[in-house]
Design a protein. Structure first.
Ligand code: ARG
Length: 462
């Protein structure tokens, strides 16, 4: 299609290095959709005749049917999906096919196709994450009162509720959804009609093609439109950030499902066995969510580095924008789906969580706070007294709650038996009623609000 000025055809190596059809054929629906919008506009503007426009449209519909049925043929000589479609169109309708490429270039064509594809991927990410958030909220509601150890440095710190812990991820994923939504808003301009780089002399109607393809408006600068891939990077950055969150959640599920923790049992359907150790139940799905996050972040890094040195406008390097996006999208969608299953179906072992919270002197801060509140002791001194109590409990192999009043009073005479009300893990979590705190009544309020947020989002998306 571009051989006119050449005496010789490309070498085998040239053909191979140039071909993007092996990976960009995934764009065939977007390519045909954009071509149909383009030719409809050319017809409406009288740039091609109404008859030719109708012939081209019918040919494109036939190709869509063929690809739907048989897949897209891969011919390296045709380089990419754009030329593959055009070559097939020529076979079907003859030379009139050549009119389709009036007032456009593969540069605005690929930018448009890819935007359409990324727009769908953003939508899928938002829907998947909202389903995952719904699963988290549901489990958080079930476990608003379930007590587990809260950790810092992975050391038992203070008791928290499992509902509160799960809602932490609800918050993270809510910010991730907002990132995909912001990406979607920025992407909402159509490059079609920017042509190779400078626009076109034909009297095209860019608003018409933009609206036909569901964009808010056309892009305002043709050089920018054909040469930036920030919309793809927005998607990759949002998936990378979200993959970091999913990876942390996966890591926690892996820890919780380990025998020493014993906090959770992952569903059979998302675990695997070992071919040598019959007792094993491996959390492979969670491990792969954690693992895939590395590849997703790698995809984002790859495209950032591809883009950073390119002069305006289009350079062929930009053909390499697609594999990282397609790979990351596949891994991301799968990770979200796996995580929905794990959150919905994991059995949480409330008794083990409670015992672990009980065992780690998790209420030591509550004792110190009690000394401050009830005995008017400065916090630093209260901290020291509590440290002594912890040491004693360790020597006696018991919990703080199990220490006799006489033992506590031997450490500090100002302690009386009302201290025991502060030392139970139930009292500890119930007391943390500050907004956003772990108290069960706080968690229940947040669960209700979260359900409202999700219902509002579902209504918006109707
Ligand atoms: N396959 C190419 C890509 O994905 C299409 C654009 C080709 N443009 C060009 N000027 N050679 O980037």
């Amino acid at each position: 299609m571009w051989g006119g000025r050449f005496a010789e055809g490309p070498s085998a190596i040239m053909r191979e290095i140039n071909a993007s059809i092996p990976f960009d054929k995934i764009l065939w629906r977007e390519d045909i959709r954009a071509s149909k919008a383009h030719v409809a506009m050319l017809g409406a503007q009288g740039i091609v005749s109404a008859d030719d426009a109708a012939t081209i449209t019918a040919g494109l519909d036939q190709i869509a049917g063929e690809y739907e049925r048989d897949g897209v043929p891969e011919d390296w000589d045709l380089e990419d999906i754009h030329m593959t479609v055009e070559a097939r169109l020529t076979e079907i309708i003859g030379p009139v096919a050549g009119r389709l490429h009036t007032a456009r270039s593969r540069n605005d064509q690929v930018a448009t196709d890819f935007r359409l594809w990324v727009r769908t991927a953003n939508g899928r990410a938002i829907a998947g994450l909202n389903a995952l958030r719904a699963a988290l909220v549901e489990r958080a509601g079930e476990h608003a009162d379930t007590i587990m150890p809260g950790f810092t440095h992975l050391q038992t710190a203070q008791p928290v509720t499992l509902g509160h812990h799960l809602l932490a991820y609800f918050e993270m994923l809510g910010r991730d959804v907002a990132r995909f939504e912001a990406a979607q808003e920025r992407l909402d301009q159509c490059p079609l009609g920017s042509a190779a780089l400078a626009g076109t002399g034909f009297p095209i109607d860019r608003d018409a093609t933009a609206h036909a393809l569901g964009f808010a408006e056309p892009t305002r600068n043709s050089l920018d439109a054909v040469s930036d891939r920030d919309f793809a990077l927005d998607y990759l950055m949002a998936t990378s950030q979200c993959a970091i969150h999913l990876s942390r959640l996966a890591e926690e599920l892996i820890l919780w499902a380990s025998q020493p923790f014993g906090f959770a049992s992952l569903p059979d359907s998302l675990s695997t066995g070992s071919s040598i150790m019959p007792q094993k139940r491996n959390p492979d799905a969670a491990e792969l969510v954690r693992g895939h996050s590395g590849r997703i972040i790698g995809a984002c890094t790859s495209l950032m580095i591809t883009m950073k040195g390119l002069p305006l406008a289009y350079s062929k390097d930009m053909q390499d924008d697609k594999p990282p996006v397609f790979e990351a999208a596949g891994l991301f969608d799968l990770s979200v789906a796996a995580m929905i299953g794990m959150i919905a179906q994991t059995t949480f072992k409330s008794d083990r969580m409670r015992a672990a919270a009980q065992a780690g002197h998790a209420t030591a801060t509550d004792l110190a706070d009690w000394l401050v509140r009830e005995a008017d002791i400065p916090f630093r001194e209260a901290h020291h007294i509590t440290g002594e109590a912890v040491k004693l409990a360790d020597t006696k192999h018991c919990s703080l709650e199990e220490l006799a009043l006489a033992d506590l009073q031997a450490i500090d005479a100002r302690i009386d038996d009302s201290v025991y009300r502060a030392l139970s893990i139930e009292a500890s979590v119930a007391s943390r009623r500050s907004y956003g705190g772990t108290a069960p009544d706080q968690v229940k309020q947040r669960v209700n609000e979260a359900m409202d947020v999700l219902n509002a989002a579902a209504e918006r998306d109707q």
